[in-house]
Design a protein around this ligand. Sequence first.
Ligand SMILES: [Zn+2]
Ligand SMILES: [Zn+2]
Ligand SMILES: [Zn+2]
Length: 79
Amino acid sequence: INKCSECSYTTSTSNELQLHIRRVHNKHACLICWRLFGQKANRDRHLCLHTGHKPYKCDICGEKFSRGDKLKIHKKRFH
Ligand SMILES: [Zn+2]
Ligand SMILES: [Zn+2]
Ligand SMILES: [Zn+2]
């Protein structure tokens, strides 16, 4: 279930939550971490952190990942 961080609204789809946030709170949410931004441009810039930047590094083989859960899966699978 997807829950709005600004109010008690919940929905089963992330699309609807995105619409809700845009309509009711006049904000744009990151689809990955659900952080809210007042401007779409700021949200888009933030999204690059998830897609381009890879802050999670495997301490065994050095491979980098954009998300902590991906690193966890990698470690389970390859080490
Ligand atoms: Zn809300
Ligand atoms: Zn995010
Ligand atoms: Zn590794």
